[in-house]
Design a protein around this ligand. Sequence first.
Ligand SMILES: CC(C)(COP(=O)(O)OP(=O)(O)OC[C@H]1O[C@@H](n2cnc3c(N)ncnc32)[C@H](O)[C@@H]1OP(=O)(O)O)[C@@H](O)C(=O)NCCC(=O)NCCS
Length: 192
Amino acid sequence: MRKDSLQIELRVLTSSDYSAWKIAHLNQNDPLNKWDRAHRKEDLSKTAFNKILKSQKAARDSEKNYTYGIFLKKTGEFCGYVMAMDIVRGITQTAFLGYTLLNQFWGKGIATAAIQKFFKVAFKELELHRLQAGIEPHNKRSLAVARKLKMRREGISKRVVYLRGEWQDLVQFAITSEDCGIKWKGKAKKNY
Ligand SMILES: CC(C)(COP(=O)(O)OP(=O)(O)OC[C@H]1O[C@@H](n2cnc3c(N)ncnc32)[C@H](O)[C@@H]1OP(=O)(O)O)[C@@H](O)C(=O)NCCC(=O)NCCS
């Protein structure tokens, strides 16, 4: 697949996406590294899928987390997710950026293209001003993605997340609407 011809669609998953979701999960390779968390082949039932839809909707309705499915326009294939997590409004208007692809889609430029597109969604539709990504120092693929996206490397937070039974460091990257040439038009709380 030529990277410059990648056509990505981002959208909230609906019940009509069940078969694309199921096929993508069935076609995964064995887990490729310890960050390969999208990997699951156990419960691919319609009931399990509906539970995912329900929890994504609840997170949207409470403005906690917006999750978008990543699809290839050409084939309709479901590849994974990009999301704004732990949204804080008030005077910060910020969120953590999350992304994960099913592993048969790795190394094709899909994550970079999808996140690039997501910046517009986050800064225009969701009216966020800043996205922050915390990446484990050895997650080379993810670090490469942040660099390709020209996210600003802001430093290292030491022992900041508890993952896989240990406190882990995160390399912090951030990007704001201005960095993407988008004028922020949301409402921040006044009188602080
Ligand atoms: C991180 C992830 C989303 C990247 O997706 P992707 O579609 O493979 O990303 P891209 O193809 O856009 O870019 C990957 C880059 O990593 C580079 N890369 C691949 N394997 C690598 C390795 N072992 N070491 C260093 N760089 C590597 C590629 O060369 C590519 O850069 P390039 O386009 O300049 O060649 C995907 O690997 C994933 O889902 N991982 C598991 C979940 C995860 O880690 N999420 C992020 C949490 S912070």
